[in-house]
Write a protein that binds this ligand. Structure first.
Ligand SMILES: [Zn+2]
Length: 226
């Protein structure tokens, strides 16, 4: 997998991509435009000669030109996304003589990559998917006693609603927020290790499943008016 991403990699030197940290970040080998030989920031198109190179790329990370891993530099991601999007903006695309509909497809490809990569949860889910991990439909397991806890908390929310327990409800909301933070930390820790495959992917699936329960509970608790 890593090799495939390397081949579709980005133009910037590795230290510009991961801020100089030693690398693991071998996904970021330079690739050149086959039309003009200039280095590429994305395999989607060439910023130098405006050749549209390919509309499908290995993954969202490759599309934006960053290494495929959970840890991202949000500011760098945004900067790259904006720079790339500018190139395929309709005005710019027309100037450069790009086929407008192809430019629009590249643009929506970039938007989708940005939507997924900029969200911690979606990015973890996506990494799990492209690492060959189980989907939420295929594997509905959750860690430990999440189901029991969910049932108990749901009852507590109901009780607070019926008894007008504003204080209790506030405590439940705080507890849920705390659990959500802790769960996201576990997701991040596992998502950083998706390369390990196997058990790590199963554990990540379970944590992501649990977060869905947690999110629903938080929504329920938020809807209660006392
Ligand atoms: Zn070119």
């Amino acid at each position: 997998m890593r090799l495939r991403v390397e081949l579709l990699g980005v133009s910037l030197p590795v230290d510009a991509v991961d801020g100089g940290r030693s690398s693991d970040n071998s996904a970021a080998l330079p690739t050149k435009c086959h039309e003009c030989r200039e280095p590429l920031a994305t395999p989607l198109f060439c910023g130098a000669c405006h050749a549209l190179l390919q509309e499908t790329v290995a993954d969202h990370f490759a599309a934006i030109g960053i290494a495929r891993r959970y840890e991202i530099d949000a500011a760098d991601l945004r900067r790259r996304y904006l720079a790339l999007s500018r190139e395929v903006h309709p005005d710019r695309a027309a100037q450069a003589g790009l086929d407008p509909s192809a430019a629009a497809r590249v643009s929506s490809r970039l938007n989708e990559a940005m939507r997924v990569l900029s969200d911690d949860l979606l990015r973890a889910e996506y990494l799990l998917e492209i690492s060959g991990g189980p989907s939420a439909t295929a594997d509905k397991s959750v860690p430990g006693n999440v189901l029991t806890e969910t049932l108990e908390l749901r009852e507590e929310i109901d009780e607070a609603r019926h008894s007008g327990g504003a204080e209790r409800l506030g405590a439940i909301r705080a507890q849920l927020a705390q659990q959500h933070t802790a769960a996201m930390q576990r997701v991040a820790a596992l998502a950083r290790q998706v390369d390990q495959g196997g058990e790590t992917l199963k554990l990540l699936r379970a944590e992501l499943n649990a977060i869905k329960y947690l999110r629903r509970l938080r929504e329920e608790a938020a809807r209660v008016e006392i």
